[in-house]
Design a protein around this ligand. Structure first.
Ligand SMILES: N=c1c2ncn([C@@H]3O[C@H](COP(=O)(O)OP(=O)(O)OP(=O)(O)O)[C@@H](O)[C@H]3O)c2ncn1[C@@H]1O[C@H](COP(=O)(O)O)[C@@H](O)[C@H]1O
Length: 122
Protein backbone atom coordinates (compact mmCIF):
# COMPACT_ATOMS: atom_id res chain seq x y z
CA UNK A 1 0.00 0.00 0.00
CA UNK A 2 1.25 3.49 -0.87
CA UNK A 3 0.83 6.26 1.67
CA UNK A 4 0.76 9.78 0.27
CA UNK A 5 0.12 13.03 2.04
CA UNK A 6 -2.58 14.82 0.00
CA UNK A 7 -1.74 18.07 1.80
CA UNK A 8 1.70 17.90 0.23
CA UNK A 9 0.05 17.65 -3.19
CA UNK A 10 0.32 14.82 -5.69
CA UNK A 11 2.31 15.27 -8.85
CA UNK A 12 0.70 14.49 -12.22
CA UNK A 13 2.94 11.40 -12.30
CA UNK A 14 1.74 10.24 -8.87
CA UNK A 15 -1.90 10.52 -9.93
CA UNK A 16 -1.36 8.64 -13.17
CA UNK A 17 0.74 5.98 -11.39
CA UNK A 18 -1.98 5.36 -8.82
CA UNK A 19 -4.72 5.07 -11.45
CA UNK A 20 -2.58 3.00 -13.76
CA UNK A 21 -1.53 0.54 -11.01
CA UNK A 22 -5.17 0.24 -9.91
CA UNK A 23 -6.28 -0.43 -13.50
CA UNK A 24 -3.64 -3.17 -13.85
CA UNK A 25 -4.70 -4.75 -10.54
CA UNK A 26 -8.38 -4.59 -11.52
CA UNK A 27 -7.69 -6.23 -14.90
CA UNK A 28 -5.87 -9.10 -13.19
CA UNK A 29 -8.79 -9.60 -10.76
CA UNK A 30 -11.31 -10.23 -13.57
CA UNK A 31 -10.26 -13.86 -13.59
CA UNK A 32 -9.22 -14.14 -9.93
CA UNK A 33 -10.88 -16.29 -7.28
CA UNK A 34 -14.05 -14.65 -5.90
CA UNK A 35 -13.24 -16.29 -2.55
CA UNK A 36 -10.19 -14.05 -2.17
CA UNK A 37 -10.97 -10.96 -4.23
CA UNK A 38 -13.82 -8.43 -3.88
CA UNK A 39 -13.30 -7.33 -7.51
CA UNK A 40 -13.47 -10.93 -8.74
CA UNK A 41 -16.66 -11.32 -6.70
CA UNK A 42 -18.19 -8.32 -8.47
CA UNK A 43 -17.27 -9.74 -11.91
CA UNK A 44 -18.68 -13.14 -10.93
CA UNK A 45 -21.97 -11.44 -10.00
CA UNK A 46 -22.09 -9.72 -13.39
CA UNK A 47 -22.37 -6.35 -15.09
CA UNK A 48 -25.82 -5.39 -13.68
CA UNK A 49 -24.52 -5.81 -10.11
CA UNK A 50 -21.38 -3.78 -10.87
CA UNK A 51 -23.48 -1.05 -12.48
CA UNK A 52 -25.88 -0.99 -9.53
CA UNK A 53 -22.95 -0.81 -7.12
CA UNK A 54 -21.58 2.24 -8.98
CA UNK A 55 -25.03 3.84 -8.76
CA UNK A 56 -25.18 3.21 -4.99
CA UNK A 57 -21.70 4.60 -4.44
CA UNK A 58 -22.59 7.68 -6.52
CA UNK A 59 -25.64 8.34 -4.38
CA UNK A 60 -23.51 7.92 -1.23
CA UNK A 61 -21.11 10.53 -2.67
CA UNK A 62 -24.01 12.90 -3.32
CA UNK A 63 -25.25 12.44 0.27
CA UNK A 64 -21.73 13.02 1.61
CA UNK A 65 -21.41 16.18 -0.51
CA UNK A 66 -24.67 17.56 0.85
CA UNK A 67 -24.51 16.49 4.48
CA UNK A 68 -21.20 14.80 5.22
CA UNK A 69 -17.86 16.15 6.23
CA UNK A 70 -14.86 16.54 3.95
CA UNK A 71 -13.35 13.14 4.81
CA UNK A 72 -16.61 11.33 4.12
CA UNK A 73 -16.79 12.88 0.66
CA UNK A 74 -13.16 11.97 -0.04
CA UNK A 75 -13.90 8.34 0.92
CA UNK A 76 -17.10 8.18 -1.14
CA UNK A 77 -15.37 9.80 -4.13
CA UNK A 78 -12.68 7.10 -3.95
CA UNK A 79 -15.44 4.44 -3.88
CA UNK A 80 -17.04 6.00 -6.99
CA UNK A 81 -13.76 6.10 -8.94
CA UNK A 82 -12.89 2.54 -7.88
CA UNK A 83 -16.28 1.12 -8.89
CA UNK A 84 -16.26 3.12 -12.16
CA UNK A 85 -12.91 1.52 -13.01
CA UNK A 86 -14.34 -1.93 -12.22
CA UNK A 87 -17.30 -1.18 -14.52
CA UNK A 88 -15.01 0.01 -17.33
CA UNK A 89 -12.91 -3.15 -16.98
CA UNK A 90 -16.07 -5.25 -17.17
CA UNK A 91 -16.85 -3.58 -20.52
CA UNK A 92 -13.19 -3.83 -21.67
CA UNK A 93 -12.83 -0.06 -21.80
CA UNK A 94 -9.44 1.30 -20.81
CA UNK A 95 -8.77 4.38 -18.76
CA UNK A 96 -6.76 5.64 -21.76
CA UNK A 97 -9.93 5.71 -23.83
CA UNK A 98 -11.73 7.80 -21.22
CA UNK A 99 -8.75 10.13 -20.81
CA UNK A 100 -8.55 10.54 -24.60
CA UNK A 101 -12.21 11.58 -24.60
CA UNK A 102 -11.52 14.11 -21.84
CA UNK A 103 -8.51 15.39 -23.80
CA UNK A 104 -10.71 15.77 -26.88
CA UNK A 105 -13.11 17.92 -24.85
CA UNK A 106 -10.33 20.04 -23.38
CA UNK A 107 -11.01 23.74 -23.91
CA UNK A 108 -14.50 23.12 -25.27
CA UNK A 109 -16.87 24.92 -22.92
CA UNK A 110 -19.84 22.86 -21.78
CA UNK A 111 -22.02 25.85 -22.60
CA UNK A 112 -20.72 26.03 -26.20
CA UNK A 113 -21.13 22.27 -26.62
CA UNK A 114 -24.71 22.47 -25.32
CA UNK A 115 -25.51 25.38 -27.64
CA UNK A 116 -24.19 23.47 -30.68
CA UNK A 117 -26.36 20.49 -29.68
CA UNK A 118 -29.46 22.69 -29.47
CA UNK A 119 -28.64 24.26 -32.87
CA UNK A 120 -28.31 20.77 -34.39
CA UNK A 121 -31.69 19.71 -32.95
CA UNK A 122 -33.53 22.62 -34.57
N1 LIG B 1 -9.77 0.56 -4.08
C1 LIG B 1 -10.38 -0.45 -3.72
C2 LIG B 1 -11.63 -0.36 -3.02
N2 LIG B 1 -12.37 0.70 -2.64
C3 LIG B 1 -13.46 0.19 -2.04
N3 LIG B 1 -13.41 -1.16 -2.02
C4 LIG B 1 -14.39 -2.11 -1.47
O1 LIG B 1 -15.66 -1.82 -1.99
C5 LIG B 1 -16.63 -2.42 -1.14
C6 LIG B 1 -17.84 -1.54 -1.15
O2 LIG B 1 -18.12 -1.14 0.12
P1 LIG B 1 -19.59 -0.94 0.68
O3 LIG B 1 -19.47 -0.82 2.14
O4 LIG B 1 -20.24 0.17 -0.06
O5 LIG B 1 -20.32 -2.24 0.26
P2 LIG B 1 -20.53 -3.55 1.08
O6 LIG B 1 -21.74 -3.33 1.89
O7 LIG B 1 -19.27 -3.93 1.83
O8 LIG B 1 -20.75 -4.55 -0.12
P3 LIG B 1 -22.13 -5.02 -0.76
O9 LIG B 1 -22.66 -6.08 0.16
O10 LIG B 1 -23.02 -3.82 -0.89
O11 LIG B 1 -21.70 -5.55 -2.10
C7 LIG B 1 -15.95 -2.64 0.22
O12 LIG B 1 -15.79 -4.03 0.41
C8 LIG B 1 -14.59 -1.96 0.04
O13 LIG B 1 -13.54 -2.60 0.72
C9 LIG B 1 -12.29 -1.54 -2.63
N4 LIG B 1 -11.78 -2.79 -2.91
C10 LIG B 1 -10.61 -2.86 -3.57
N5 LIG B 1 -9.89 -1.75 -3.99
C11 LIG B 1 -8.66 -1.89 -4.78
O14 LIG B 1 -8.78 -3.06 -5.60
C12 LIG B 1 -7.69 -3.93 -5.36
C13 LIG B 1 -8.14 -5.36 -5.54
O15 LIG B 1 -9.07 -5.72 -4.53
P4 LIG B 1 -9.50 -7.25 -4.34
O16 LIG B 1 -10.13 -7.66 -5.58
O17 LIG B 1 -10.46 -7.27 -3.17
O18 LIG B 1 -8.23 -7.98 -4.05
C14 LIG B 1 -7.23 -3.59 -3.94
O19 LIG B 1 -5.88 -3.94 -3.77
C15 LIG B 1 -7.42 -2.08 -3.93
O20 LIG B 1 -6.33 -1.44 -4.58
Amino acid sequence: MTTLDPAAGLSHGDVMDILSRLETTLASRKTADPETSYVAQLHARGLPVIARKLGEESIEAVVAALSGDRNELVGEAADVIFHLLVLLAARDITLDEVLAELARREGLSGLDEKASRTAKDT
